[in-house]
Write a protein that binds this ligand. Structure first.
Ligand SMILES: [Zn+2]
Length: 455
């Protein structure tokens, strides 16, 4: 059992959160961070502290209360960003500053308007500064897969010399092919001085549906950290899906002899919690966590499954935390069964809250006989929001969870800062004011146009 350990770096709260329709307020981010901790991820990228006051506060609160995993804050390669990230990470047990700077000619020329020499110097300086504050520094050359390879090697070598401990290779635009991405990781390992002293990381986007394949190809060539998100959410077509990465390694150890610390039984609850918080439903045929992922409807499949599940099942629903579908909740279900199903849906209740959920559940079950997960989620959300019961579990202020069949997310503020007008988060932040972006330093980024780019 000498399988290399892969670090799972979850960026649901940063790259995922910045995708349209997936914004979350501070209490929601904190709740999801606690679930990611239960899930067993190694690193939580909690936000981009300089991007908004809300992001700053989320990183700060998560750093203060989630103590086991490393908590990372994102920063562009400039003093102001790095300082702001470090400030947000002050309370963290294990802080990491994640610095990024684009390195492809197209980004240098049109976005940053700087030369390669300037880019190299800026990357080196920013990492050196981050290192003077924090021992754990990650660097990402944004758009690495479209960067001239010798120049990429030069940048990576410079940031390692400046103190970076993890070097992340983003396929920012989801352009790479698996063999190509694997080859790039191999080239870096062959050409860059000092690369064996740092962790190489993958960060792949799914524009061509290859984010997971590319990440796995990177791992096979020596990457030991994978950046990914729950349900694969993220910019445009999304990031590599955490649950798919983890289960590919677990189901096929003959091909991928690696291990992670992820607790499989928390995958489905994490997926459900994210869908509930963002109100973006999981695509039904989504691998691992979609509602049809373990559904066998065709007669011949059902027949095979009944004779031996191995005929059509490569992993059990239980191994990823999918609730036993034979367990139907009705009015005769006990408190224990209800608590168990709530837990499987990503909710753990104190005794008193469970009593309230149970009370409403019985009223509902009396009316509709068979309580589906979607009903239960609505009811749970009502209790969590402290709404008065109206007997059918429907929320009273428009935060109704969509029925399971809904295919479109409900409209939501797209901008990350916008939800800080929400009274719910204002309560916590102590300020109901519009979260505005302030740029404390004038540097190479005169505009805020790339705040929502990241890597
Ligand atoms: Zn990204």
């Amino acid at each position: 059992m000498d399988r290399p350990r892969i670090t799972i770096f979850d960026t649901t709260l940063r790259d995922g959160e910045q995708s349209p329709g997936c914004s979350m307020n501070v209490p929601e981010k904190l709740r999801l961070a606690q679930q990611l901790d239960r899930l067993g991820v190694d690193v939580i990228e909690a936000g981009f502290p300089i991007a908004s006051d809300g992001d700053f506060e989320a990183v700060q609160k998560i750093a203060a209360s989630v103590r086991r995993p490393i908590i990372a804050g994102l920063a562009r390669a400039c003093t102001g960003d790095v300082n702001r990230a470090w400030q947000a990470l002050q309370g963290a047990a294990r802080p990491r500053i994640h610095v990024f700077l684009a390195t492809s000619d197209i980004h240098l020329k049109y976005k940053l308007r700087i030369t390669r020499e300037k880019c190299l110097e800026q990357a080196r300086e920013a990492v050196r500064h981050a290192k003077s504050l924090c021992a754990d520094v990650e660097f990402s050359p944004e758009d690495a897969t479209r960067t001239d390879v010798p120049f990429l090697c030069q940048v990576v070598e410079a940031v390692i010399a400046a103190g970076a401990t993890t070097v992340n290779i983003p396929d920012t635009v989801g352009y790479s092919m698996p063999e190509e991405y694997g080859q790039l990781i191999r080239t870096l390992r062959e050409k860059v001085a000092g690369i064996d002293k740092v962790t190489i990381s993958t960060h792949c986007h799914n524009d061509l549906g290859l984010a997971v394949a590319n990440s796995l190809a990177g791992v096979q060539q020596g990457a030991r950290q994978v950046e990914c998100t729950i349900n694969g959410i993220g910019e445009r077509a999304g990031n590599a899906s955490l649950e798919e990465i983890v289960m590919a390694m677990r189901v096929r150890p003959d091909r991928y002899r690696y291990e992670t610390a992820v607790a499989g039984e928390h995958l489905y609850p994490s997926s459900q919690m994210l869908a509930e918080i963002t109100r973006v439903p999981v695509q039904p045929n989504k691998a691992i966590t979609g509602r049809n992922a373990f559904a066998h409807e065709a007669g011949i499949h059902q027949d095979g499954m009944l004779k031996n599940p191995l005929t059509y099942e490569i992993m059990t629903p239980q191994s990823v935390g999918v609730p036993d579908s034979r367990l139907v909740l009705g009015k005769h279900s006990g408190r224990h069964a209800l608590a168990l199903r709530c837990e499987q849906l990503g909710h753990q209740f104190e005794r008193r809250d469970l009593d309230e959920v149970y009370r409403r559940f019985v009223v509902l079950a009396d009316r509709i006989k068979k309580v589906q997960d979607s009903h239960l989620l609505e009811l749970i959300q009502d209790v969590a929001n402290g709404n008065a019961s109206n007997g059918d579990g429907a929320a009273s202020h428009g935060k109704k969870f969509p029925p399971a069949a809904a295919s479109l997310p409900l409209p939501r503020a797209a901008a990350a800062g916008a939800n800080f007008n929400d009274a719910h988060s204002a309560q916590v932040s102590g300020s109901a004011g519009q979260a505005t972006v302030s740029i404390p330093f004038t540097d190479h980024h005169s505009e805020q146009e790339d705040y929502l780019w990241g890597v």
